[in-house]
Design a protein around this ligand. Structure first.
Ligand code: AMP
Length: 206
């Protein structure tokens, strides 16, 4: 199954994508994770992406589309994929239609006022990439799953968050109408317990 997870930053796409991709046995492909790993390895793509990410802006379409096209051509995507964070513009969605059109698009919906708290309180594990909210952590510096170091993403600081939400509403939210028009959209309430969101996603895909 070829799946896309849409939704604003902080909606829980990453957490749900991890669970759903392992349930469906398809690779979880997060463009944000690909960029963070490129930055860590100081590749040319990483160096270019960093200045956009730090400003809360989108990396140019041509760069992201080329990266995703190359990734989806890999053998592990033969039986499907779960894309998390791509497409983020109508131009990206139109490009994807030409090389690996999705079967279904899951839109995880959460009101803006909840997203700011979710993003400022988010911590990420440097080892397993798991994400956690500080309100649920007994030990603020260590990952409760693998014991790795937890850090706050640079773009989860308040100054960048409002940019990211504006960018989402202007450039990514139009994809909801785009995929609804193609008859592939599944709307999911993301303001519920993570395990309920997970079940609702699976039911919507049956
Ligand atoms: P994420 O981890 O999905 O929140 O992505 C972090 C940042 O990576 C975004 O704020 C963008 O700067 C960049 N990024 C990730 N995916 C895309 C995409 N599909 N198009 C453009 N920029 C992206």
């Amino acid at each position: 199954m070829k799946l896309i997870f849409l939704g604003p930053p902080g909606a829980g796409k990453g957490t749900q994508a991890t669970g759903v991709s392992s349930h469906l046995r398809v690779p979880h492909i997060s463009t944000g994770d690909m960029f963070r790993s490129a930055i860590k390895n100081q590749t040319p793509t990483g160096l270019e992406a960093k200045r956009y990410m730090d400003a809360g802006q989108l990396v140019p379409d041509s760069v992201v589309i080329a990266m995703v096209k190359e990734r989806l051509a890999m053998p592990d995507c033969e039986n499907g994929y779960l894309l998390d964070g791509f497409p983020r513009t109508v131009e990206q969605a139109e490009a994807l239609e030409k090389f690996a059109a999705p079967d279904a698009v899951v839109d995880i919906e959460v009101p803006d006022e909840m997203l700011v708290d979710r993003l400022t309180g988010r911590r990420v594990c440097a080892t397993c990439s798991g994400t956690f909210h500080i309100s649920k952590l007994a030990e603020e510096k260590l990952c409760p799953v693998c014991g790795g170091e937890l850090y706050q993403r640079d773009d989860d600081k308040p100054a960048t968050i409002s940019n990211r939400l504006n960018v989402y509403h202007e450039q990514t939210a139009p994809l909801i109408g785009y995929y609804a028009g193609l008859g592939r959209l599944k709307r999911i309430d993301g303001n519920a317990r993570p395990e309920d969101v997970f079940q609702n996603i699976l039911s919507s895909l049956e």
